[in-house]
Design a protein around this ligand. Sequence first.
Ligand code: GSH
Length: 199
Amino acid sequence: MSNILYSFRRCPYAMRARMALSLAEAEYEHREILLRDKPSHMLQLSPKGSVPVFITGDKVIDESLDIMRWALPDVKFDMDIIRMIDGPFKHHLDRYKYASRYDPNLKRGNVDLSHRSSAVEALNLIEEKLNGGPFLHGATTGPTDMATFPFVRQFAAVEPEWWSSCDDLMSTQDWLARCLASDIFSAVMQKFPIWSPEN
Ligand SMILES: N[C@@H](CCC(=O)N[C@@H](CS)C(=O)NCC(=O)O)C(=O)O
């Protein structure tokens, strides 16, 4: 059986998995899904119902970092940065971006600036690690960049004008722009039609 990836184009977890698979030049069948209409084959293999899901032989890998590790077994990720992104940063990103889901007193579309500040504090780790350098791994976009920038991309897109004038994160702004301009990111953002067993 050939490898299969269930994916959703705009999901940052799926983006990191797609970039690792692309870097590893892994071959697989891409199955684009809608989160509101998940294929039953995917749910049978991974009942928790999140993307990405990668199937290789009789193995089902349904955590994005595990897919990255499968694709890039010899790579040492900077887990301090990845844990910050997946933990506190994601927590504050969701509450900043989708404030009304967490506080019923807020209107849809409102942002929560206290969570924006906390997310900026978390991102200081990237600002420090970059230390003026172009990428977290050195001269080119590497696995730790790929595991993290899709989430910072979401954060930057909430209030782009504020983001580009945020003086506390100037190296991080430049880093994000470089990551977004990378060939590997363009390659994994290509559009696919929605997959179905018939199609
Ligand atoms: N810990 C998982 C998280 C994946 C995740 O939460 N993906 C979101 C999309 S970005 C999802 O599939 N959510 C389920 C849903 O919205 O129904 C991973 O790293 O793969």
